[in-house]
Design a protein around this ligand. Structure first.
Ligand code: APR
Length: 235
C-alpha cells in the first residue's frame, strides 16, 4: 500500500475522458489520425485557414455539450479525493473538456486551455462560450468581427499557469500521471521535476508509457483511479 502524501499533484490527459466518450489524440482512431495537427492546432494553421480551425473546435464543443458526454467514475474519484484529503492537492489537466469541474474538482488548472472559452486577439480578454463561433462573430469587448479565437493552447504556444504548476511540482511528495501518453512537452517532463525533490511518481494508464515512474498501474481509468485514490485515503 502507498503511504499517504502531504502534497500531491495529479496530471490528467485524454485517457481519463476516453470512457466518457471523448476520443484521445493518438489512438489508432484518435483525433490526430483524422486531422492534421498543423492545420487545426497551430497558430500557422489558424492564420492560413481560420474557418477550418473554428469548425474543428465548434464540433468538439458541440460533442462536449451533448447529452451523451458526462464525467465518469475516474473524474468523480479525483473530486472526492480532493474533498476528503487533508493535505495539499492540485489537479493539472491537459484536457480542454470540462469534465473535471462537472465532477466537482476545484483546485484545477487547464494548462492547455478550455473548449468552453474564447479569447479576444486584441485585448486577450477571455469569455465563456457555449455555442459555435467563427470569424464573423462579434467580439464582446471590441465589437469587431474576426478577433476571436479558441482559448486553447496550440503547438508552439506556452501552456497556461506554468509558474504555479512548477511551484506545486517542486514542493509535492507525490505526482500521479493519469491517461496521458507523455508525448507533449512540458507535461511530459513533470514527473522529472517532481522527482528532483524525491516525490514518488505514479502512472495510471491503459498501458505502460515510455516514461519511467516509480509505480505503474495498468488498466482503464474508471477502475484504476477510484481504486488508487480510495486506497490512498485509507493509508
Ligand atoms: N484509461 C486510462 N488510460 C487511457 C484510457 C483509459 N480508458 N484510454 C486511453 N488511455 C491512455 C492511452 O494509453 C494514452 O497513453 O491515454 C493516453 C492518451 O494519449 P494521447 O492521445 O496522446 O493524449 P494526451 O496525452 O492527453 O495528449 C497530450 O497532446 O495533441 C495534444 O493538446 C493535446 O492535450 C493534448 C496533448
Amino acid at each position: 500500500m502507498t503511504s499517504r502524501p502531504r502534497s500531491i499533484v495529479v496530471l490528467t490527459g485524454a485517457g481519463i475522458s476516453a470512457e466518457s466518450g471523448i476520443e484521445t489524440f493518438r489512438a489508432a482512431e484518435g483525433l490526430w489520425a483524422n486531422h492534421h495537427v498543423e492545420d487545426v492546432a497551430t497558430p500557422g494553421g489558424f492564420a492560413k485557414n481560420p474557418q477550418l480551425v473554428y469548425e474543428f473546435y465548434n464540433q468538439r464543443r458541440r460533442q462536449l455539450l451533448s447529452s451523451e458526454i458526462s464525467p465518469n467514475t475516474a473524474h468523480s474519484a479525483l473530486a472526492k479525493f480532493e474533498h476528503e484529503f487533508d493535505g495539499k492537492f492540485l489537479l493539472v489537466t491537459q484536457n480542454v473538456d470540462n469534465l473535471h469541474e462537472r465532477a466537482g474538482s476545484q483546485n484545477l488548472i487547464h494548462m492547455h486551455g478550455e473548449l468552453l472559452k474564447m479569447r479576444c486577439l486584441n485585448s486577450r480578454l477571455v469569455f465563456d462560450v457555449g455555442t459555435d463561433f467563427d470569424y464573423d462573430t462579434h467580439c464582446r469587448c471590441c465589437g469587431s468581427a474576426g478577433n476571436l479565437r479558441p482559448h486553447v493552447v496550440w503547438f508552439g504556444e506556452m501552456p497556461l499557469q506554468m509558474n504555479r504548476i512548477n511551484t506545486a511540482l517542486e514542493n509535492c511528495d507525490m505526482f500521479v500521471s493519469i491517461g496521458t501518453s507523455g508525448n507533449v512537452y512540458p507535461a511530459s517532463e513533470f514527473y522529472q521535476t517532481a522527482k528532483i525533490r524525491k516525490a514518488s511518481t505514479v502512472e495510471l494508464n491503459l498501458e505502460r508509457t515510455g516514461s519511467s515512474f516509480d509505480q505503474h498501474v495498468c488498466g482503464p481509468a474508471t477502475e484504476s483511479v477510484p481504486q488508487f485514490f480510495e486506497s490512498l485515503l485509507r493509508s
